[in-house]
Design a protein. Structure first.
Length: 78
């Protein structure tokens, strides 16, 4: 790698770190916690958080894999 590559990489790393610090603060300048991230500061109802978690965990791999697993054990769905 050339010197310019290292300079660009360093600028990129600093920019990403700065963006992460800026995004992790609320409007009052207070640091957000994992509760704020995972539970939306406890401002959403339980069903909205549950639906979000389920939707985030369902993918084509899950659907195809579970179908294949059912076939492998002889599970028949009518």
């Amino acid at each position: 790698m050339q010197t310019i590559d290292f300079v660009i990489l360093a600028i990129y790393a600093v920019a990403i770190f700065g963006l992460a610090q800026w995004v992790s603060r609320d409007k009052g300048g207070h640091e957000k916690t994992s509760t704020d991230y995972f539970l939306a500061s406890k401002a959403l109802p339980w069903w909205a958080i549950g639906a979000s978690l389920i939707a985030a965990n369902i993918s084509a791999e899950q659907i195809i894999g579970m179908s294949g697993s059912g076939y492998a054990i002889g599970l028949a769905i009518a």
